[in-house]
Design a protein. Structure first.
Length: 411
């Protein structure tokens, strides 16, 4: 994968040679205060809370808001004949009056027609809801967008020309045809993805100390949980016990954290989430903790920067994050050309997470051998490495639906 590093991140060495990797030892999430966790009861009472606490304090940040938040819901549009009559689409605005009168999360929901108690994917998108489909009734986002060199954005604002530009990543018709709903929202609604994005987002209401302790990834994970709140409380067509969190790249990182914090995600899917996501931090391949915190200083909590040049001092590693999903099904995916995200490190992390799943007598990957490209493996933990670049494509979605079918016992 071609990666553009900016500023001081350009000065940080990058390695892709396994033979040059320094030795490392992974911390054991099943050892807490010197005592080994050997039962699922001990894990749930002692191990899991301890690991979750370390990730909150040292990596993703501490959520400053109470578990229960008042949400004001406004259904803006309902299209009973979306996708050529195959689906129902809704556009819903969620507001949080206890926090701020100005903040809004705009959710786009597609539901299969004439189906009840369907499973639902919950995910965030990178460029606005209107870019996930060419359907003309979907509102064009008015928020700041990190659009790179895409000329359908002017001064980081969307134009009509940007409608449907990310459609290949959101195979709505295929998802609906399989009997799944899909809810998505623009990840920049509650924090635009730049170093000062907090000033117009959720973190603007926090003290400087609270902002240091909670980064943008925490906000994006929080957004996903608020979408779950809405679906459970308002959408009777959706099975509240069959909600799947899925995310690509930096949203894959946020999805894993959302899944760790919020057990209502029945299945958690990481697509090419790499460093700070599924990949082992201690492996010096591709992106590193130092790259993350230098190029994207707003993503993680301030404490994470302590490990820029001392990654082996991290009290945890990403296999422990994956273990926090247990006993729920977890799927990790990589891409052959996405060396920046360290596919082998993602696979090894999923492999190590099996130790937690074994407490529940669950088989994780069921193999120690990394599969050939375009081959899906695993039992309670699934994995594939798709041919191609850093992306989420129809092949990936098909594997996630197959995995969900299996675990939800959908014929």
């Amino acid at each position: 994968m071609a990666v553009t590093l900016t500023g001081n991140a350009q000065k940080i060495p990058v390695n892709y040679d396994e033979t040059k990797m320094p030795p490392y030892t992974l911390p054991d999430p099943l050892v807490v205060k010197g005592k080994r966790i050997s039962t699922k009861t001990a894990w749930e009472k002692q191990g899991r809370p301890a690991v979750l606490k370390v990730f909150a304090e040292e990596v993703y940040g501490i959520n400053p808001f109470p578990a229960s938040i008042q949400i004001a819901t406004e259904v803006k549009t309902i299209n009973e004949n979306a996708l050529g009559g195959k689906a129902i689409s809704k556009q819903i605005t969620l507001r949080f009056p206890e926090i701020s009168p100005n903040l809004a999360l705009h959710v786009l929901l597609y539901l299969p027609k004439n189906a009840q108690k369907v499973p639902a994917f919950v995910s965030l998108n990178f460029t606005g809801n209107h870019t996930t489909t060419k359907e003309q009734d979907i509102f064009v986002t008015e928020n700041w967008v990190n659009a790179g060199f895409d000329k359908s954005y002017v001064n980081n604002r969307a134009t009509e020309a940007s409608r449907g530009i990310a459609e290949r990543r959101w195979p709505m018709e295929a998802i609906i045809a399989r009997g799944y709903a899909l809810a998505t929202a623009y990840y920049g609604d509650l924090e635009p993805d730049h170093a000062e994005g907090w000033k117009t987002g959720l973190r603007s209401v926090l003290t400087p100390q609270q902002r240091d302790k909670w980064g943008a990834l925490g906000v994006w994970a929080w957004s996903m949980s608020r979408m779950v709140d809405y679906l459970i409380q308002n959408e009777t067509q959706i099975d509240k016990n069959k909600i799947i969190g899925v995310g690509h790249s930096r949203i894959g990182k946020a999805t894993l954290w959302a899944g760790a914090e919020d057990p209502r995600f029945a299945i958690v899917v990481s697509n090419d989430s790499g460093e700070g996501g599924a990949a082992l931090a201690r492996r010096w391949i591709g992106e590193t903790v130092e790259h993350l915190n230098t190029q994207f200083p707003h993503w993680f909590c301030a404490n994470y920067k302590k490990y820029n040049k001392a990654v082996n001092n991290l009290p945890i590693d990403q296999h422990a994050l994956l273990g926090l999903m247990a006993p729920r099904p977890l799927y990790v995916a990589s891409a052959t050309e996405d060396t920046w995200a360290d596919p082998k490190g993602e696979f090894m992390s999923a492999l190590e997470a099996q130790n937690v799943y074994s407490l529940y007598k669950k088989t994780g990957l069921g193999t120690e051998k990394m599969p050939l490209p375009n081959t899906s493996i695993g039992q309670t933990i699934g994995y594939h490495i798709r041919e191609g670049k850093h992306d989420i494509l129809i092949y990936d979605w098909e594997q996630y639906m197959n995995f969900a079918d299996k675990h939800f016992k959908i014929k």
